[in-house]
Write a protein that binds this ligand. Structure first.
Ligand SMILES: [Zn+2]
Length: 86
């Protein structure tokens, strides 16, 4: 498979992007979108540094959280651009 479990989960979670249209808009904060990247960063970096070994279940979970965070970031930035252009 050309993509790892983590990247597959990230791309798969992009499918959720249209559903964020129905979510409360105060959910779209830069802080939350960055916070959702932390599990993936911790999992990836501790594995990279040889401190521990990750597994595919952990990679998928952290990948989904990261993908949702990226969706929130896209919505947040889109919303900000629209507010500026108004
Ligand atoms: Zn990957």
């Amino acid at each position: 498979m050309p993509l790892c479990a983590r990247c597959t989960a990230i791309y798969a979670s992009y499918i959720l992007l249209p559903l964020f249209y129905f979510a409360p808009k105060n959910l779209f904060t830069l802080g939350l979108s960055i916070f959702l990247q932390l599990p993936m960063l911790i999992d990836g970096l501790t594995q990279r540094w040889g401190l521990r070994e990750s597994n595919n279940v952990l990679r998928v979970i952290t990948g989904i959280l990261s993908g949702i965070g990226q969706c929130l970031f896209i919505w947040f930035m889109s919303y900000m651009i629209i507010q500026i252009l108004k």
